[in-house]
Ligand binder design. Sequence first.
Ligand code: F3S
Length: 754
Amino acid sequence: MEIATTTEMVQGVYERLREGIDRYRKDAGRPLTLSEKIMAGHMVRDGTDIPVENKDYVHLTPDRVALQDVTGQMVMLQFMVTRHEETALPTTIHCDHLIRAKVEGGEDMRVSLDENSEVFRFLKSAAARYGCGFWKPGAGIIHQVVLENYAFPGGLMIGTDSHTPNAGGLGMIAVGVGGMDAAEAMAIKEWELLYPKRIGVHLTGKSSGWTSPKDVILKVVEELTVSGGTNAIVEYLGPGASTISCTGKATITNMGAEMGATCSIFPYDNRMGEYLGYTGRCGITKLANLHRELLVADPEIEEDPSKYYSRVIEIDLSRLEPHIVGPHTPDLSRPISELSDDSRKNGYIDEISAALVGSCTNSSYEDMSRAAGIAEQAKARGLQAQVPLMISPGSEQIRATIERDGQMQSLKDIGATVLANACGPCIGQWSRPELEENEENTIVSSFNRNFPGRNDGSRSTMNFIGSPELVVAMALGGRLSFNPLKDELTAADGTKFMLKPPPPAPEVPKDGFQTVEGAYVPPPADPHSVKVVIDESSERLEELETFPPWDGADLEGLRVMAKAKGKCTTDHISPAGAWLAYRGHLDHLSDNMLLGAVSAYHNEVGKGKNLLTGEMAPYHKVARAYMKAGIRWVIIGDGNYGEGSSREHAAMSPRHLGCAAVIARSFARIHETNLKKQGILALVFSDPADYEKILEDDTINIVGLKSMAPHTHVKCLVVHADGSEDTLDLSHSYSASQIGWFRAGSALNVLRDK
Ligand code: F3S
């Protein structure tokens, strides 16, 4: 299996695009947007029907699959169950999430390699056995490595990480999916998607000064909120789009995940062509230039976007101010000019305790150059960062290039510590022994996520997100109320000075990127000779046992194991941090189930009442007690339940511990699919107010399941402890094949038995 994105491969994709687009446009009888065109070129279509958005499921053939080291373990364990001999799609595995951030890059990498050697050995052997490419620890963060090596305009990829849409910066439909989706696509070259609606973001003007691509996406997330992109592809268009660098576009599409969007995408332009050239893919630039009309929306779309998108957001880049979002949610946004007042009003801690720059979101050459531009101004005045400043390069290519070109030294000169080329402080792998337990503190970062507990595992850390240059400036000011656009800093000699906006920075290095050797291991010529390494006594890996099929009876006598109040993300359901170590061992990992969820009955975090004993206990203990007693149970969720990441363990652990159904006010898209895939019923209160009717000691009966069909409703009989009853109407989004997953016990069972 050829893993690289070759020009021949791209040529084949463009031929299929042309054919698929012509046919689809004729059947639709109207011009097509960019995402419609790319999907049309990858869609398995039997007749002339046009899918109805947010109603019909479509089958797509991705061009490639990318896995990261944490979610990738379960993908490979699931793929092994399918009994397929080799991946049917070019697939790569990237070791990035398991690298800690404690001291500095080199030392952290050495310790992480040692601590995780068993997992890396498994992933490397499984990659070799099943024909996948393997990127070693230290090579970089999955999305940066994909952008540098594999993404191409007009392509379609899936990845088991929610920020896979990063590749939309190179004009690709790139979607974060659960591990089972990936395993299935690797087995049968197909992937099922609820056909998304489309949201347009029309860009005009050109940004300057302190305003950066980060501010575009912070503004869009503010407009759409954390759930406003659900089941939608966000398409950027308008003359402002081509004023943004390719890597800046990737920052924007990366953070589309923060509003739950299926993905985000920019049309092909010369900036993308140039980036492809600088990353060794001139052949693809030539092809993309030749087929440009396939890689942009039809011309009529730009003339009147409102006719073709469910909503159009207008942004004038010339008037856009730098923004800061947070704490605890990426849609709590304000311009930097309002942060000081907002902070005072809300009682946020003014003193910043740490500043973080980089991650998969903002570690491009341009980002690092703009951040270094601020650092150099401080250095010239003898000023150091007032708080620990940490830099996470997105890839070894970026790290080596900024080391060669001086940006890294500029940042080190003001006291920055360079961490490993990995996820580290973005995913709870950040060790902060200086903090007391639950000590409230403020950090600033250029990352993408700021849920409680995300960065250092502490729910008391408040993370404010902005552009890399703004974060460096705030590290120099040391306070949340410091506004670099109007406040002065004090130089080493006591004089006052103001930072100038970062100078225009090159998006690609004039001497090209530094080449990196030895970071990648291709699959061997004879994969069948390789043995996958899993130690039988391992506490971190175990071969997967499949879930039992549905017994054909209604789900009766279910107990309410948990009722989550408010935001319940996949980080709340299946926390990361130290738990990342157990993602290949389902039983062990399941001890983290719902540890971050807030009980609607007790307001406690991570605990619920065991109705058999009357005692409060961590959810996993309650669930295990019910399982032992032969009782199945439900989770009741609030709005946008499961927002955040593609983490399928947030569905697998509940299933493993006896969960029969999750009933919520609404679901985040990926998590809803993951629940379905693991054989848990994902149901929605038709009347969101019914959420309030579920009491802790209720018995839940979900009936009429034999006749469950697409576009029908399901009845739920709630029996209260006093004998009174409520009958609730529940809706669902199951397709016929998804109902098959429920009946078989999981999507994996269906795939195995095919
Ligand atoms: Fe890694 Fe954070 Fe990106 S966990 S993939 S750096 S969102």
